[in-house]
Design a protein around this ligand. Structure first.
Ligand SMILES: Cc1ncc(COP(=O)(O)O)c(C=O)c1O
Length: 360
């Protein structure tokens, strides 16, 4: 008998993204279903991005610019790096896969905080690399533990800051300490900053500014969160020109679609919309945090657009919330049993959520 499928796949389960919102709404007979399980933007995309999509729609029969050139040029200008140091991807998700394709081989080790955003482990295992899990210290990434796990065969370290699902950050000082301690022949350090725009902690890092000193860093960012373009799938990575050249060798020819490119470019130009989205998330995060604390719920202070709340009997609470039209993520699915991960929504959604928790 031929063996058709790779043995590694036996140990991999498909990513559970949840049922499409529209199906659930129909099934539950709820017109006003609010999804607070996917860390999407409560404000949606910029009107300028919507207009750009509409203008571009009639050109959908034409392949996009395979290099996402205009978008990379605009990002380069914004970030003060050359476009050759940037790669655009079909979401930051794709960039994780490209890094794994380009760098990981059987025998490599990859150090990953645990729990953390699942695809880090999946992409490593798919390439035959061995995943070395570094347990969180309660809700915090343990940089000392990560450093202790690095060996001469470590190919990469993944860092997620703000962390999904814990919502905590790695602070600038300790991060630089780790990078310095890794020496002159360090592994790749993938610094996932998907939620960076919601941080207000002055100790938060700026991965891009660390690149000149730590050239094996790869910083990942996305238009899914702050720009509200999750449905179009546009992320980007910043690294040295050499890193980006390697990633381009494994990239599909037209990996970012036409509508995504123009929408991301327009979103980048609408700094007022980004500012407002950040302000709303930070304000509503404070409101929800305060109200939950007042009711005795415990959770790590969030630097992201979601909260990881300790709730005994979380699955039953999740069911009650669902029946009230609010979808939240069961913590057990992301490594935190007895927790719910709740995206920060608008005030109305928070009030509905609190009413259900209050037994209303
Ligand atoms: C930590 C983290 N990194 C990356 C991503 C993926 O972002 P994108 O939508 O750009 O693929 C997510 C999505 O939720 C995330 O939570």
């Amino acid at each position: 008998m031929r063996t058709l499928w790779r043995k590694t796949l036996d140990g991999i389960t498909p990513y559970e993204a949840g049922r499409p919102l529209e199906h659930l709404a129909r099934e539950l007979g709820l017109g006003d279903l609010v999804r607070l399980s996917a860390n999407e933007s409560p404000l949606g995309p910029s009107p300028r991005a919507i207009a750009a999509i509409e203008r571009e729609a009639a050109r959908a029969h034409l392949y996009p610019d395979g290099s996402s050139g205009e978008l990379r040029a605009a990002l380069g200008e914004r970030l003060g790096v050359s476009p050759g140091q940037i790669i655009a991807g079909n979401g930051a998700d794709e960039l994780l896969a490209l890094i794994a394709w380009a760098a990981f081989e059987p025998g490599d080790e990859v150090v990953v905080p645990h729990p953390a955003f699942e695809p880090y482990e999946t992409v490593a295992r798919l390439m035959g690399a061995r995943v070395e899990r570094s347990p969180l210290r309660r809700y915090e990434t343990d940089l000392d533990d990560i450093r202790r796990r690095v060996t001469p065969t470590t190919k990469a370290i993944f860092l997620c800051s703000p962390h999904n699902p814990a919502a905590t950050i790695v602070r600038r000082g300790p991060l630089e300490g780790l990078l310095a301690a890794l020496g002159d022949d360090p592994p790749l350090v993938v610094l996932d900053e998907a939620y960076r725009d919601f941080c207000d902690d002055p100790e938060y890092h700026d991965g891009v500014s660390l690149l000149p000193r730590y050239p094996r860093l790869i910083v990942l960012r996305t238009f899914s969160k702050i720009a509200g373009l999750a449905g179009l799938r546009v992320g980007y990575g910043i690294g040295t020109a050499e890193t980006i050249d390697r990633l381009n060798r494994v990239r599909a020819p037209y990996n970012v679609n036409r509508l995504g490119q123009v929408a991301a470019l327009a979103a980048l130009g609408d700094t007022e919309h980004s500012r407002r989205t950040r302000a709303v998330v930070i304000e509503e995060r404070a409101f929800l945090s305060q109200e939950l604390s007042r009711r005795g719920y415990a959770f790590p202070p969030s630097q992201a657009n979601f909260l990881l709340v300790h709730i005994p009997g979380a699955p039953a609470v999740r069911e009650r919330l669902l029946r009230a039209g609010l979808i939240v993520r069961d913590g057990a699915a992301v490594g935190f049993p007895d927790h719910l991960r709740i995206s920060v929504g608008l005030r109305e959604a928070s009030r509905r959520l609190l009413a259900v928790l209050d037994g209303g």
